[in-house]
Design a protein. Structure first.
Length: 503
């Protein structure tokens, strides 16, 4: 995917596009921007494809792009499910559908430009089934096919003439260059002849020069033959050795990086192989002790192999020492880096896990960034909707005022709003009054209860008070007579005598 993006960005930054993009900016393209870029590339092949995707229906744009891809002979996914998803992705501007088309188009731009040019004249117009029986239409269609065939032949002839014209021009240039060289050589020959004509033995000198030239040509031919023979014998061996070495290096490069466990396993395998070699060598030496002296050559070869083995063992020890030193240096660098950054360096599987986690976070970040862009777009739409509704409200208010003034009820809407506000206030006040009445009813109930309790406590006293009140009423005439007699006694200043038997 990254190589694909790099190639697309590199091609779009060149002529004639000059997009001035980088990987980050192109990767952040929205679907409409991707479709616009694809349309611009198609417009470079066919000027009629130039359009603004923001002002065109997505379905029509996708249908036009699909027809143009059919003219360019682009091969979409063969299965129906893949083809349907490809069409939907081309309508929605999905990267999975647009990026492969962009890469394919940019890789074959000159050839596709030629296909687009030929597609204007060679794409047949499909006749509807209901019009295939029309005789006049069939005649016109036959003429149309004949004209198309004539165009094919004329185009082939033109291409052949262009190619032959280029070859003729090159030949003319070569002939002119050879004529110049011929003139220069003739001048040199004439100059040399003038010099030689003054010599007495010019014929012998010319013969010697001729022999020298023949020997030089022969030496040159022999050198070429020697080089060819050497190339035929030595170079194939060198090429085979280089190819084998390159194959081994490719195998080593293709294998994953080895950890400590893999190195330990290989070291153990090397040790076991060395032990097996030593055992075989000892067994071979024991078997050869009783053999004839003719086996001396084989013993010498065994000695050579033993020396090679010792040299290989020394090389292996040196490599092991280098590996241990490199591991120590690696540990030291890791400890220094951990001390400097406060973090441990990730290697092997941990680094792969970190890279996978980083890819997951990157995909999550892209998804959230896309959601944020959608939310921002929706926020902009809602804000614009709010502005439109506010403007409509103001227009309706002005229209309502004009209508009220026309019918002589100017201010009716504002008065209705004020009445609704007063009605709301009255409802709140009624609710408050209702609450107050409920509180008063509760208070009256409480007072009645308290009065009933007091009556209950005063009932015995009232019951005792009733006979006393009757006695008091019976003594009332006597009291009045007593008061009257007392007043008269005071007036006459005579002592008052109580004559009442009750007193």
């Amino acid at each position: 995917m990254s190589e694909q993006l790099k190639f697309i960005v590199h091609e779009l930054n060149k002529e004639p596009f000059n997009k001035k993009l980088n990987l980050i900016s192109f990767d952040a393209y929205r679907p409409d921007q991707l479709l616009q870029t694809l349309t611009d590339v198609f417009a470079e092949l066919e000027p009629k494809m130039k359009a603004d995707v923001r002002c065109e229906d997505p379905e029509q744009l996708a249908m036009r792009n699909l027809n143009f891809l059919r003219i360019l002979k682009y091969k979409p996914p063969p299965d129906s499910a893949g083809l349907a998803s490809f069409r939907q992705g081309l309508v929605a501007g999905a990267k999975e559908a647009v990026l492969p088309v962009l890469e394919w188009t940019l890789r074959g731009l000159p050839e596709l430009r030629k296909r687009a040019y030929l597609g204007r004249f060679l794409v047949k117009v499909e006749l509807p089934p209901e019009l295939e029986g029309d005789v006049d239409l069939q005649t016109l269609y036959a003429q149309y096919e004949a004209a198309m065939q004539q165009f094919k032949e004329a185009h082939k002839t033109g291409e052949a003439l262009r190619a032959s014209g280029l070859n003729t021009q090159e030949l003319r240039k070569g002939i002119a260059h050879m004529e110049q060289e011929r003139e220069q050589l003739l001048k040199k020959v004439a100059k040399l002849r003038r010099k030689v004509e003054t010599q007495q033995n010019k014929d012998s000198l010319l013969q010697l020069a001729k022999n020298l030239r023949e020997e030089q040509d022969r030496a040159h031919t022999l050198a070429q033959q020697r080089n060819g023979q050497r190339d035929a014998t030595k170079l194939p061996k060198e090429i085979t050795a280089c190819q084998n070495a390159m194959r081994d290096l490719q195998k080593v490069a293709a294998e994953p990086s080895m950890g400590q466990q893999e190195l330990g396993r290989l070291k153990a395998k090397v040790q076991s192989e060395n032990q097996e070699i030593n055992a075989l060598y000892e067994q071979k030496m024991r078997n050869q002790e009783s053999a004839d002296d003719k086996l001396t050559l084989f013993r010498q070869q065994a000695a050579v192999i033993a020396r090679k083995k010792e040299a290989a063992a020394e090389t292996l020890n040196e490599l092991r020492l280098q590996v241990s030193q490199l591991e120590a240096q690696l540990q030291e660098k890791q400890s220094q880096l951990a001390a400097a950054n406060g973090e441990q360096v990730l290697v092997g599987d941990e680094f792969k896990k970190y890279v996978n986690a980083l890819r997951g976070k990157s995909s999550q970040y892209k998804q959230q960034r896309q959601e944020l862009a959608e939310l921002r777009a929706e926020t902009g739409v809602l804000a614009r909707t709010q502005e439109i509704l506010a403007a409509k409200q103001r227009d309706l208010a002005q229209s309502l005022e004009a209508l009220e003034e026309r019918h002589g009820v100017r201010g009716y809407h504002r008065l209705q709003g004020a009445l609704e506000s007063v009605s709301g206030s009255k409802a709140a006040l009624d609710e408050t009054k209702m609450t107050t009445l409920e509180d008063m009813a509760t208070m009256v109930t409480s007072l009645n209860k308290r009065i009933a309790e007091r009556k209950g406590r005063l009932a015995p006293a009232i019951k005792d008070l009733r006979p006393l009140r009757k006695n008091y009423q019976a003594c009332a005439p006597l009291r009045r007579s007593f008061v009257k007699a007392a007043a008269q006694s005071v007036h006459n200043r005579t002592p008052y005598k109580m004559t009442s038997p009750a007193l």
